[in-house]
Design a protein around this ligand. Structure first.
Ligand code: PLP
Ligand code: COI
Length: 341
């Protein structure tokens, strides 16, 4: 298979239109068979529920070329499960796990020429999403839905790749205690747009959101979970019902424990104790694990000993092991890697 003529090693995290996408429609209480199509445009009613009341959810995962030339995806079953949880919370129909996996396989195969070659540092980002498409004017859920998956080749989410980030404590909240922070709904990202523009305008790379109820505990950023390393090399990650259960973070905890022999702890993390950690990273599909060098709390700086030049040593080990598993250099735990033949 000839690859597209793209400068793979120098792409960032942006949208590059690829040739094919997957679509399936839901009406009269059931999903159709689904198919691969060429058209990237969507036509819908001006009164579609997604346009008026933001009834939309999504997922994000990546396809990689491994060292020995296979194309693989990382733990798609967990994305299927999380999309189902998002659907239930948003009064949308569940897209069955088997259909989800099949849609991923079909869309990756159809866009094989866009899967970046091994060793370029790039991957093919897959974006499954679902939205309410029929007209709705009184506030209620749609009863017709569309599920789609598009793909786009991507490089690092943060400019500068592995260079430590500077983030700020946000004055805005991302998720309410009994709200939708634990699912991947478009509305969570809509309400973070003003906060991210504010952070960028002030010269920061990202926001650290605190818990909305007490503003004393660390939640997450707009698109990644936090992972901290203590001075005695323990891995600590915030536990909260209002953050997204990151598949990358859950995988990194297993990597830390089973591959690196480190102690791991998922617990409430208070802002007050952040200054005592040795390293800090943002983890997610897009972010992989991006190091944080500095956190600005209303002018007061928390500087991690790992500094602003490179990833801390434990973050680096976690990064190398996880990406080694994803790219086929290190043996994966059972069921983590799905090969697309
Ligand atoms: N938190 C938020 C708010 C996200 O948008 C994402 C991205 O998906 C994550 C965390 C990381 O989740 P995952 O590792 O499953 O990609
Ligand atoms: C992902 O990591 O897949 C995400 O969805 C994060 C997004 C904010 C780009």
């Amino acid at each position: 298979m000839d690859k597209k003529n793209i400068d793979w090693s120098n792409i960032g995290f942006g949208y590059i239109k690829t040739d094919k996408r997957y679509v399936s429609n839901y009406s009269n209480g059931k999903w159709d068979d689904g198919q691969i199509i060429d058209d990237d445009m969507i036509t819908m009613s001006e009164c579609a529920c997604v346009l008026q009341y933001a009834q939309t959810i999504f997922e994000g995962l990546k396809a990689y070329t491994t060292k020995d030339g296979h194309i693989v995806v990382f733990r798609p079953d967990l994305n299927a499960e999380r999309l189902a949880n998002s659907a239930k919370r948003m009064e949308m129909p569940v897209f069955p796990v088997e259909k989800f996996i099949d849609s991923i396989e079909q869309v990756v195969r159809a866009n094989e020429a866009y899967v970046p070659p091994y060793g370029t540092g790039a991957s093919l980002y897959l974006r499954p999403y679902m939205f309410g498409i029929n007209p709705v004017i009184g506030v209620k859920p749609a009863d017709e839905f569309q599920y789609r998956v598009f793909t786009t080749p991507v490089g690092p989410y943060f400019k500068g790749g592995a260079k430590p980030l500077t983030i700020k404590i946000s004055d805005f909240d991302r998720a309410a205690p009994k709200g939708t922070g634990y699912i991947k709904a478009g509305l969570n990202y809509a309400m973070s747009l003003h906060a991210i523009v504010t952070a960028h305008n002030e010269g920061f790379d990202e926001n650290m959101y605190l818990d909305a109820a007490t503003r004393t505990k660390v939640e997450e950023t707009g698109g990644a979970n936090f992972l901290f390393v203590t001075k005695d090399n323990k891995i600590v990650t915030p536990k909260s019902d209002s953050i997204l259960p990151s598949i990358t973070r859950r995988s990194l905890m297993t990597v830390a424990k089973d591959y690196l022999g480190l102690e791991v702890e998922e617990r409430e993390v208070y802002l007050d104790e952040v200054k005592d950690f040795a390293e800090c990273g943002l983890c997610g599909t897009a972010a992989v694990i991006s190091p944080v060098g500095k956190i600005n709390n209303h002018g007061e700086e928390i500087c991690f000993p790992s500094g602003m030049d490179e990833m801390g040593p434990v973050t680096k080990k976690l990064y190398d092991t996880l990406t080694g598993i994803q790219m086929g250099r290190i043996e994966a735990p059972e069921g983590w890697i799905k090969t697309i033949d």
